[in-house]
Ligand binder design. Sequence first.
Ligand SMILES: CC(C)(COP(=O)(O)OP(=O)(O)OC[C@H]1O[C@@H](n2cnc3c(N)ncnc32)[C@H](O)[C@@H]1OP(=O)(O)O)[C@@H](O)C(=O)NCCC(=O)NCCS
Length: 338
Amino acid sequence: MRIREWDPRSASANEIHSLVETVNAVLAADLPGDPPWRDVQVKDYLAETMPGERRISWIAEDDRVPEGEGEILAHVSILLLGDIGVLEVMVRPDLRRRGLGRELIAVAARRAYLEGFSSIGVEAIGGTPAIAFYESLGFEREYVETRSVLNLETVDWPALTAMANGLGSGYRIEYHPGGPSDVLMEAYARAKAEAQHDEDDLDLTPRSSDPQRLRDSLETLHRRGLKPYIVLAIHEATGAVAGLTEVVVPAQHPERADQYDTIVVREHRGYGIDRAIKARMLFELRGAEPGLGQVQTWNAQHNESMLKVNAELGYESDRDWFEYIADVTQLVQRLESS
Ligand SMILES: CC(C)(COP(=O)(O)OP(=O)(O)OC[C@H]1O[C@@H](n2cnc3c(N)ncnc32)[C@H](O)[C@@H]1OP(=O)(O)O)[C@@H](O)C(=O)NCCC(=O)NCCS
């Protein structure tokens, strides 16, 4: 087996295709209910990052085949952002438990160490081998969220109509496919900034809350093949963004969308905004994305009001997703001494 640094930008179409096959083998083994990936904008998905962030990748391939001509059997990447490196690793299921995962983490951790990063974070999915894997490497569990999935076929559309219309007076709903217009960006950023204080997770996917970061973030989504849809509640007297909900439809698996942030600004709570914007979003998605079958979302278990609204919409909880963290120096030492 050969492990080498790999730049998706210069990868051949065959390599990208082989990576998609590995992703799909991993999904079939670990998350059999999740839709497989298509070979659409995968290079963009892997190569593009927010300005100021860097993603470094390595692959494992058969060392009897010339570089670049064989299959990608395993992949690791580390996204360097702020003061934390975020790891993602996958090993083809038929090659597991031979030390390959550990070797890939060692390569990525060493680089994070050399680049001066002090901690590494990772998301691990409950009920998959990743939990025992990261715990065996000394990663510590910091945060847990539950994933819930809404199946659009089971949605009670008449009930949703009532929710979409049940908005308190003084507010209106706006739909912004692709992202909010530039004139709204300041107000949108203010609403995002408000929610920043409520979070206690590891910031592995930091929220952008100033107007320029938001523009960059929306542009980065588009470049990665992730199409954003946004529904806003506007407080008519002030023009403020009172609530927002964001869904992204990935070109790599357009059957399953990701619900990103839903925020209702504190002083605007209690007016039915959460229900109304999420219900409206589902109507818009149904029209705009005929191939869409499900929407998935992640919530902290203490976020009871959000969980209640999601249950009313028809979301069903699926499994837990954990954020783990490790100190880079300790991780490198542990991996080198084993
Ligand atoms: C997690 C993963 C990378 C591990 O890769 P791997 O090559 O099998 O890992 P290693 O062989 O290096 O295992 C190192 C240690 O981790 C622990 N471990 C790994 N898999 C384990 C399992 N299934 N059960 C118990 N312990 C496990 C063991 O302590 C193991 O050491 P040992 O084999 O000497 O007992 C691999 O299972 C994988 O690709 N999972 C999918 C990751 C993912 O992102 N899934 C989401 C869907 S896209």
